[in-house]
Write a protein that binds this ligand. Structure first.
Ligand code: BG6
Ligand code: MG
Length: 213
């Protein structure tokens, strides 16, 4: 193990509630049923694929690509106005301390997120400098469960896949990590996924996996 690659939403920060609120507002405006269970299916999935999942409940006339783009823009504007309220207090001390200890022990750290808002979020919570590389929705063409975002993160760090450990809260993210031939750690929702090599309930358990606790 030489490097840790972290998913962002649901692992480092809990932006899931903002995604939910923003998609809910859009769905309500279109008269589409949307709830937290459907929202769970959006974890790790790209913005465009998320919209398609929400539109499974849409019963109106087919939407043009332009209309879909407008709906995604509307959702993203609401989402970014919610993200703008974030502060460094939105990252727990446990997450901050664990990242610091991993780095001090010589591990390289990266973000591997499907989000195009990843850098904005990291700036808001003052964590940009905590990572050696950021692989996000802006440098990929295929979203999780495709391995691309993690393969790129490993390349940015200059580390081989077998030396990289991915931390994920999404089933699609665990699948992506395994497809990238990396070690997969499931936390949160993904702590119940049998494909994860390790399942943790506290972020600080990573120190044990890294062999420094
Ligand atoms: C992932 C989230 O991190 O980013 C997904 O888990 C989200 O729910 C995806 O759809 C894309 O995010 P964004 O910020 O580019 O719309
Ligand atoms: Mg996530």
């Amino acid at each position: 193990m030489k490097a840790f690659i972290f998913d962002l939403d649901g692992v480092i920060v809990f932006t899931d509630k903002f995604h939910y609120q923003a998609w809910k507002k859009m769905a309500d405006s279109m008269g589409i049923y949307f709830d937290e269970t459907i929202n769970n299916r959006l974890r790790g999935v790209s913005r465009a694929e998320s919209l398609e999942i929400i539109l499974e409940r849409y019963e109106g006339t087919p939407l043009s690509p332009e209309k879909k783009a407008a709906l995604m823009e509307e959702k993203n504007n609401t989402y970014r106005s919610l993200l703008a309220t974030m502060t460094p207090c939105d990252v727990t001390n446990q997450v901050r301390d664990t990242l610091k200890k991993l780095r001090e022990a010589g591990f390289k750290l990266a973000i591997g997120s499907s989000s195009k808002n990843a850098r904005f979020i990291l700036e808001k919570v003052a964590l940009t400098d905590a990572f050696d590389a950021i692989s996000d929705g802006n440098n990929i063409t295929h979203s999780k469960p495709d391995p691309e975002v993690f393969v790129k993160a490993g390349q940015f760090l200059g580390e081989a896949p077998e030396d990289c450990v991915v931390i994920e809260d999404a089933y699609a993210g665990i699948d992506a990590a395994k497809a990238a031939e990396m070690t997969a750690v499931g936390i949160g929702d993904a702590s119940g996924y049998d494909k994860a090599d390790y399942k943790i309930h506290e972020f600080s358990e990573l120190l044990k996996i890294a062999g420094i606790a």
